[in-house]
Design a protein around this ligand. Structure first.
Ligand code: 13P
Ligand code: SF4
Length: 310
């Protein structure tokens, strides 16, 4: 039996014994997605975290996602395979700098993308994800001014979609900023029958080429529903596993990134810090655990609950 299969079986047995649930994001490696109880986008994972009655949540994703699960389940044990699995968006918005930034914009509603730390969430009126961001912005009365953080690319996309003039924090995702427009055009010229789909964390020039823009789940649903046979996918390559399972007969081509000549697609190094070995160990030892102060949880819950209501 392959090493991965042995580990997968050990994880499944331990998970049942401990009454744990494994949540995984679409960007996780296929072998992690295969043993997860639920695989989804950030919004779906937050909703599942809010609903679960499992005692232990193993979160295979990046830290801000596990932190969100803990905020929604303060009495449960939330553990992660690698506590250092960060995110360039969350790490690029330090709380002290953001607090100072907000001083320039009193009387603004603060909307933060879920890819940020719990402390940033405490300074927010609303949290949003890529799948509900337009809805969240549209739910804010038009007379209100808005600060949006930390993703400037998603922010610019939202300004276009909603017509709201928002103040943007200068953050970005290293993975989605790595797509090459030149190589994408070249690829499209070789595949004129393909439909380009992109995640809204991508830069505006990439989004302009896309026929569909949406969250990871949004892209999967779009491709499933589309009658077209070929797609170019501008997001992290982990999504191809689930996507190809959903549409086995369709051709999926990863969008090319600027630097990489060997692998055409982008990879999130943070997401890929998790492995089956680390996941097994974390479940066995129930560590590393996400631990947050009670006050931080109470304050960060409010804007997340606001989002879940919308
Ligand atoms: P989704 O909410 O679309 O899954 O996005 C999460 C993410 O980190 C994208 O880079
Ligand atoms: Fe963060 Fe980008 Fe990785 Fe998503 S793909 S977790 S936004 S660094």
């Amino acid at each position: 039996m392959k090493k991965e299969n042995v580990l997968q079986q050990k994880i499944i047995a331990l998970k049942q014994q401990k009454k744990a649930v494994i949540f995984a994001h679409y960007y996780q490696s296929p072998e992690i997605q295969e043993i997860a109880d639920f695989v989804g986008d950030s919004l779906e994972l937050s909703r599942k975290a809010a609903e679960t009655d499992a005692k232990i949540i193993v979160f295979a994703g990046v830290y801000f996602m596990a932190e969100t699960a803990k905020i929604l389940n303060p009495t449960k044990i939330v553990i992660v395979p690698d506590i250092n699995a960060g995110c360039s968006l969350a790490d690029g918005c330090p709380p002290d700098k953001f607090r100072d930034f907000l001083k320039n914009y009193p009387n603004h509603k603060v909307v933060t993308y879920i890819n940020c730390s719990a402390e940033i969430k405490t300074m927010s009126d609303y949290v949003c994800t890529s799948s509900n961001a337009v809805k969240v912005i549209n739910a804010i009365p038009p007379e209100e001014n808005i600060v949006f953080a930390p993703d400037k690319n998603l922010g610019k996309y939202l300004i276009n979609e909603t017509g709201r003039d928002m103040v943007l924090w200068e953050g970005s995702c290293v993975v989605h900023e790595a797509f090459s427009l030149e190589k994408l055009i070249d690829l499209y010229q070789k595949n004129p029958d393909a439909v380009i789909v992109a995640h809204p964390e991508s830069e505006a020039h990439i989004l302009k080429t896309a026929q569909y823009i949406g969250s990871t789940s949004g892209m999967i649903n779009y491709i499933k529903a589309s009658p077209k046979p070929k797609f170019i996918i501008a997001t992290e390559n982990g999504i191809l596993h689930k996507m190809q399972q959903e549409v086995p007969h369709k051709i999926l081509i990863p969008a090319p990134s600027k630097e990489d000549n060997t692998c055409a697609c982008s990879e999130c190094a943070f997401m890929k810090m998790n492995s089956l070995e680390k996941l097994y160990k974390c479940l066995l030892k129930e560590s590393p655990e996400v631990l947050l102060a009670e006050e931080l949880i109470t304050k960060a819950q409010k804007p997340i609950q606001q989002m879940l209501k919308i």
